[in-house]
Write a protein that binds this ligand. Structure first.
Ligand SMILES: Cc1ncc(COP(=O)(O)O)c(C=O)c1O
Length: 400
């Protein structure tokens, strides 16, 4: 009998984590590496949030908690949805997990049966299709294009929906493109969803607070309140509060679904870290002024990277609305050969040669379902970004 399950054999390990590991390996071997692969802010967790965790430890808040979150955190999450999104939820409609990733996983595990389809716009966050596969469902990828700023159109969504569609898994601002849907763009999609009452909506709002140039963030149920009874709105403290390591994510939605997610969590991990939950209470209820300061740095870095990448031969990079990623196209470089003799047949070959020959680590577009592109995370210092983009420019100019 073979060891591994057939379900697991359908799943691939996270390519973004693979790039991060490869870059770390080369660095350990003494190479001069600049990593633009990681999806986390380079800022430290704000001091008042750390202090809340220290207090929680001192007060002995170090035991098991309610499976899907302490009441104080659920209350803070309800207040957040009211404050930021104008949405009314009660604590029984809220679920807290070890990161946004577990929230999404719980929801898929709790709802998918064999053959159930999940519509995922591409480019997508690497984990979506594999999580759907792990949960026994079928990912249906709907490709958005560079021409629409990597945003799915109403017609594309309509074409992807079938009688087997269970979820539309939506993410704005997006990892990996940074694209943010305006209210009108979102309304076009929710109008389609109103015509298909069997389709549920999972909105991944992880980058809500990382939006620039006056971009107005909207979440689907805010734009179309009639979706309230079939929408799970997912969020977390990882990105905006620089708390990736604390592992707290949350969601709000219909009570039956939240109860089913609790059941999955109760038989897998139980509660998320008690100390992290108290830190998240402080994150959500405490001062938020540091977010604007961080965002000022992100905008500066985004502009720097977009400008320098557009100046690279054969590279074309749109200006995204949010998150901390850009997703340039390398259509102009396919078929060329690198100085070390590597043929750039696709974006994976490009990213591999770029890392080997210049020490710059990026993630290739095929990992996100749209090629030929690569993802740059600009959540790193201005100096590192400048040096990395200079190396990318040099690499592109040297291709023959
Ligand atoms: C779009 C998106 N959703 C969810 C997550 C998961 O966040 P967390 O670290 O809270 O699990 C990430 C993290 O990279 C992400 O980019």
């Amino acid at each position: 009998m073979k060891l591994l399950s057939t379900t697991l054999e359908r799943v691939k390990p996270s390519p973004t984590i693979a790039v991060t590991n490869k870059a770390a390996e080369l660095k350990a071997a003494g190479r001069d590496i600049i990593g633009l692969g990681a999806g986390e802010p380079d800022f430290d967790t704000p001091q008042h949030i750390k202090d809340a965790a220290v207090v929680a430890i001192a007060l002995g808040k170090t035991k098991y908690t309610a499976v899907d979150g302490i009441p104080e955190l659920k209350q803070a999450i309800c207040a957040k949805f009211k404050r930021d999104n104008g949405l009314d939820y009660v604590p029984a409609q809220v679920s807290v997990s070890s990161g946004g990733k577990q929230v999404l996983y719980n929801a898929l595990m709790a709802t998918l049966n064999e053959g159930d389809e999940v519509v995922i716009p591409a480019p997508y966050w690497v984990s979506y299709p594999d999580m759907v596969l792990l949960a026994g469902g079928t990912p249906v990828v709907a490709e958005a294009s560079l021409q629409t700023g990597f945003k799915l159109t109403a017609d594309q969504l309509e074409a992807a929906i079938t009688p087997r569609t269970k979820w539309f898994l939506f993410n704005s601002p997006s990892n990996p493109t940074g694209a943010g849907y305006s209210r009108d763009e979102l309304k076009a999609l929710t109008d389609v969803l109103m015509r298909h009452p069997h389709v549920w909506v999972m909105s991944d709002d992880m980058y809500e607070h990382l939006a620039y140039d006056g971009f107005e963030f909207c979440t689907p149920v805010q734009v179309e309140p009639r979706l309230y009874d079939r929408t799970l709105t997912v969020n977390g403290v990882s990105k905006a509060y620089a708390m990736t390591g604390w592992r707290i994510g949350y969601a709000a939605g219909p009570q039956e679904l939240i109860g089913a997610m609790r059941k999955v969590q109760s038989q897998s991990t139980s509660n998320p870290c008690s100390i992290s939950q108290w830190a998240a209470v402080e994150a959500l209820n405490g001062p938020h002024d540091f977010i604007a300061e961080n965002n000022a740095a992100f905008v500066r870095r985004r502009n720097l990277v977009v400008e320098m990448l557009n100046a690279a031969e054969g590279v074309s990079c749109p200006v995204p609305e949010g998150a901390f990623y850009v997703y340039p196209s390398i259509a102009g470089l396919i078929g060329k050969t690198s100085p070390a003799g590597v043929k750039i047949v696709d974006d994976e070959a490009f990213a591999t040669a770029l890392l080997e020959e210049t020490g710059v680590a990026v993630v290739f577009g095929a990992a996100f379902g749209l090629s030929p592109n690569f993802r740059v995370s600009y959540a790193t210092s201005d100096a590192a970004l400048k040096e990395a983009c200079t190396r990318i420019q040099g690499f592109c100019a040297a291709l023959r």
